[in-house]
Design a binder for this molecule. Structure first.
Ligand SMILES: [Zn+2]
Length: 275
């Protein structure tokens, strides 16, 4: 069994794909994913997926498993598996604070936790999403007042749709590029209506403009910041924590300092010997 690219039993043929970003694409004989993840992934791959729903029990081999929304983008999920040794929860990419275009994250309790650590050091402390929304609207209005075209750059898979939803909520119908439009159509299919217009006075682009990202100028992230990660660990209340991606090593050290037995793991690493 492998989770995205997190090894659990690397020789296994069963995989779980948490969401539709390419660095999390999984392969295997059976790849479990949610319906929106399958639709979004099929814009870029032809993997044969097995569809699973949030909160519905299914079996990975002999082990019971369930998916939980992870709040990162449409369809994103974490997985909990009931192993002989105890329960294991893998977050995938996760965002605790509510975004407009992603299902609200649900965090289960588990004995063992694998948590992403993209922003796993305290220097990453983001304002609340609603505050950043105001910043985005200020930028747009300021540019328009100056007679300029506001151009906002965002990842076409998830972040751009969040920006469109924010703009729509404030009365703007943006112009977007083809890639963003393609993905937005899938969002609309799943009930997240997004209005765009070829004549729009604001542009949302996947390649240029003011960058909206945890790493960019405008800090609207679809990843948990450091303090959200800590809150997730507290909610899961695990015996052991495995950190992965980004600042995995530093985050594991910090968690050890907070009294959680923790270690960082890499993509494809076997972890069963440690649980
Ligand atoms: Zn992601």
């Amino acid at each position: 069994m492998k989770f995205d690219v997190v090894g659990f039993d690397w020789k296994g043929k069963v995989a779980f794909q948490s969401h539709a970003h390419t660095d999390h694409f999984a392969s295997g004989k059976i790849v479990y994913a949610t319906k929106p993840t399958i639709f979004l992934s099929h814009l870029r791959n032809s993997t044969l997926y097995s569809q699973v729903e949030y909160g519905k029990r299914f079996y990975i081999g002999d082990y019971k498993a369930k998916l939980y929304p992870s709040g990162h983008m449409l369809g994103s999920a974490g997985i909990k598996i009931w192993l002989d040794e105890g329960t294991l929860y893998y977050t995938g990419d996760i965002k605790l604070e509510r975004l407009r275009t992603a299902e609200r994250a649900k965090i289960p309790k588990a004995d063992f936790l694998i948590i992403e650590a993209t922003f796993g050091v305290p220097m990453y402390s983001f304002p609340e999403p609603r505050k950043v929304e105001k910043e985005i609207i200020w930028y747009v209005e300021d540019q328009l007042d100056r007679g300029k075209i506001p151009i906002i750059q965002a990842n076409p898979y998830g972040k751009a749709q969040e920006i469109i939803a924010i703009l729509n909520a404030h009365g703007y119908t943006p112009r977007v590029d083809r890639e963003i439009l393609k993905v937005s159509r899938v969002y609309s299919k799943f009930g997240i209506g997004l209005r765009t217009d070829n004549e729009g006075e604001v542009i949302v682009s996947s390649s240029k403009g003011i960058l909206v990202s945890g790493f960019g100028k405008v800090k609207l992230s679809n990843h948990a910041d450091f303090w959200e990660l800590i809150r997730i660990v507290e909610k899961v209340d695990p015996e052991k924590v495995f950190t992965i991606f980004g600042h995995a090593q530093s985050f594991a050290k910090i968690l050890n300092g907070f009294g959680y037995e923790s270690r960082s793991i890499s993509r494809g690493e076997e972890i069963r010997r440690w649980i």
